[in-house]
Ligand binder design. Structure first.
Ligand code: ADP
Ligand code: TRP
Length: 322
């Protein structure tokens, strides 16, 4: 069984792009692998300077992932800051990280250009990410495209460390989900929190209707035949339909007699029904937060056991007293 590890930034509401671009893939890995998923709250601290919001986002993120199907019996699910060894390793690794390596990071430059303060933590963000990965001997790291460089840096740091001390650290590989297309937002651009064009998974029915109402379409009259291939309502509906159902919807487009309003109602129903089960679970966890804290504590215990063992080997190798 391969050890697969990934971190999630706790950052507010999840949208359909997050689901199809990341969460669904993670879920598919969970039964046949030794999967580690953690909430990267120390990473979030580099850009979120609101203590209430960070705490709330952390627990909300846990609730959302549990509701959408992360199974704590199958997966080691924990909060990054609950395993303190990660910060010890972060420091040790930073002594093996050349400045030049960090200076080449695209993500740092992007974030600074978007107005996030150029702090030391933002600069050394990839070293903490390397510690997240190397502490658990992760073999495969599923990430979005923007994070590939960080996993490559992890490899570079680990190789440099191993050159001095032998094969102590496992060299991980990144994995980018190939067949996930970019989910488009209501304006036809990539769905993203930063563009304000999202359809959120856990909005209530009224909000969902409102978001879908904003999907931009052309102005073909009701009675006319419509183009499904270029229609954003269709593109979103397709994510929830098997082949037969897609063909049925295509026929409705080409037949004419229905307006985009009808297709929007149809899409709303699809999305609403798809997440029915997740919504119920979420309601349950929102009312039973203690249970969520217990799940996270159990996950942290499992992770800590491995982390404690590994950090001893590493500290001993570099010569840290005791
Ligand atoms: P946002 O752009 O809304 O800030 P994030 O950067 O937090 O989203 O993305 C979290 C995960 O969701 C990443 O793995 C990313 O690849 C995936 N993701 C985000 N938006 C989309 C999208 N529109 N289509 C496909 N995947 C997406
Ligand atoms: N930086 C990642 C992101 O923004 C989150 C993350 C933190 C992570 N540590 C990780 C992902 C370790 C994979 C492995 O999405």
């Amino acid at each position: 069984m391969a050890r697969i590890l990934t971190g999630i930034q706790p950052s507010g509401a999840l949208h359909l792009g997050n689901y199809f671009g990341a969460i669904k893939q993670i879920k598919e890995l969970q039964n046949s692998n030794d999967l580690f998923i953690f909430i990267a709250n120390y990473h979030a601290l580099t850009s979120l300077k609101d203590s209430k919001a960070l705490k709330k986002n952390t627990i909300d993120c846990a609730i959302n992932f549990l509701s959408l199907g992360i199974d704590p019996n199958e997966t080691t699910f924990y909060v990054q800051s609950d395993v303190k060894e990660v910060l010890e390793l972060y420091w040790i690794l930073s002594t093996y990280t050349p400045m030049g390596l960090l200076e080449r990071a695209h993500s740092y430059k992007d974030k600074v250009s978007k107005g996030i303060g150029a702090s030391h933590s933002l600069f050394s963000y990839p070293v903490l990410m390397a510690a997240d990965i190397l502490l658990y001997d992760a073999q495969i790291v599923p990430v979005g495209k923007d994070q590939i460089q960080h996993v490559e840096m992890t490899r570079d740091i680990a190789i440099k460390f191993n050159n001095d001390f032998g094969e102590i650290l496992s060299i991980p590989k990144f994995k980018v989900a190939k067949d996930t297309q970019t989910v488009l937002g209501v304006d036809g651009a990539k769905m993203s929190k930063s563009y304000g064009n999202t359809i959120d998974i856990f909005s209530d029915e009224k909000e969902l209707k409102k978001a879908i109402g904003k999907i931009v379409t052309n102005s073909t009259p009701i009675e006319d035949k419509k183009e499904w291939a270029t229609c954003n309502i269709f593109a979103l509906a397709k994510l929830y339909l098997d082949k037969t159902k897609q063909e049925e919807l295509q026929k409705r487009y080409t037949k004419g007699g229905e307006g985009y309003g009808h297709f929007k109602v149809y899409l709303k129903e699809l999305i609403w029904n798809y997440y029915e089960n997740a919504r119920q679970k979420r309601e349950y966890y929102l009312n039973n937060k203690d249970e969520v804290h217990d799940i996270l504590s159990d996950g942290a215990k499992k992770a800590s056991k491995i982390a404690k063992n590994k950090i001893e080997i590493i500290k001993n190798a570099v010569g840290i007293y005791r």
